[in-house]
Design a protein around this ligand. Structure first.
Ligand code: SF4
Length: 343
């Protein structure tokens, strides 16, 4: 995901004129990196490895980050595409993106023990889908075709859910009853683009119902808020995140829309091209919700070595969300603690 300086006008974004530094500085966005759902999923795999021993099977990438996946592989996690690849009797962990009920049934048929590390905020959207389907609504799910989260949510009510992949997809939507329609969304979308899609849907269906609370999660929203502020003052924005990480890709898009002259998505410092820094004073930096801080540290070090050593943190919002571990793990950890206490 890149945009070169030549590909966008150098005009200032709406609002106050951006302050461009004459020196070399780095604006570091906060919040950035790990969200509560990713933190919980990664800790779940680590705790499962400690508790039950290797191997532990994980269906799909536990989170969309190459570094995290490789680190867990070294500790004994085995990542598989489908549940049927897991040998009978083994433990399989479902990723933070969530799975459809059919995947749970498949694991049961295969005699597998499961640990569900689906983010509670994704589970919330699943529950909304089930409830509106039970009330016989047509559900318009705003999201990206083929994304794991969308596949999982759609599986909750396949006969009621229609995917709407952006504002341009709205004209293709067909519903049974225009007065009984609700929209839901993937948790990691661009807030602004989603509202464009909702506006287009509302023009077609004036009685369109909205979800009871925001489906785009707090972490996605907070990271977009922070990068907007950073981007308005940056010549170049670097987002650390993997190419298949939806929320990381949205951060690059948001930065460009907000006025950064160029933006690049990188897995780590080794992917930075020195040519990107030509004529650059201020570098904006952030990371997607599946990115550990060690990768940001690597980029800061890389920039410092080249003279970008004036670091400023830009934090428009505080974030203090935490989720408890999946219930299956909590149960076994509690049992073990009780046994140890009794012996
Ligand atoms: S990005 Fe949001 S929905 Fe996804 S795992 Fe993190 S907190 Fe949960």
């Amino acid at each position: 995901m890149t945009a070169t300086p030549a590909s966008r006008p150098a005009a200032a974004p709406a609002g106050d004129a951006p302050r461009r530094s004459s020196g070399r500085r780095v604006l570091l966005a906060a919040p950035r990196g790990y969200c509560a759902g990713v933190d919980r999923a990664v800790i779940a795999v680590e705790k499962a490895l400690e508790q039950y021993g290797a191997p532990i099977y994980v269906r799909h990438e536990i989170v969309h980050n190459k570094y995290v996946v490789q680190t867990l592989e070294k500790k004994g996690a085995i990542f598989v595409e489908e549940t049927h690849e897991v040998p009978k009797g083994e433990i399989v962990i479902f990723s933070a993106h969530g799975v459809s009920p059919e995947v749970h049934r498949e694991a049961e048929r295969g005699g597998l023990a499961t640990i569900d590390a689906t983010c509670p905020l994704v589970t919330k959207v699943h529950k909304e889908a089930v409830r509106f389907a039970a009330d016989d609504y047509d559900i318009l799910l705003i999201g990206h075709e083929g994304h794991e989260e969308v596949i999982g949510t759609s599986g909750e009510a396949p006969d009621h859910i229609t995917l709407v992949d952006g504002p341009e997809d709205v004209e293709n939507v067909e519903v049974r009853d225009p007065d009984k329609v609700v929209w839901l969304s993937q948790t990691t979308l661009s807030v602004d683009e989603t509202m464009e899609t909702v506006d287009a849907l509302q023009s077609r269906y004036p009685n369109l119902l909205s979800p009871p609370s925001d489906d785009i999660c707090y972490a996605t929203q907070n990271r977009q808020t922070a990068i907007k502020q950073v981007a308005a003052e940056s010549d170049l924005v670097l987002i650390v995140g993997s190419k298949n990480s939806s929320n990381s890709v949205r951060l690059v898009e948001t930065a460009i829309q907000q006025g950064a002259r160029a933006g690049h998505l990188i897995d780590d410092a080794s992917e930075i091209d020195e040519a990107w820094l030509e004529g650059v004073g201020t570098v904006g930096l952030s990371s997607g919700a599946s990115v550990p801080d060690v990768l940001i540290d690597g980029v800061l070090e890389w920039l410092k070595e080249r003279g970008w050593d004036d670091l400023e943190v830009v934090q428009p919002v505080d974030e203090h969300v935490q989720f408890s571990l999946p219930k299956e793990l909590r149960r076994d950890l509690r049992t073990e603690a009780a046994q140890k206490a009794a012996s």
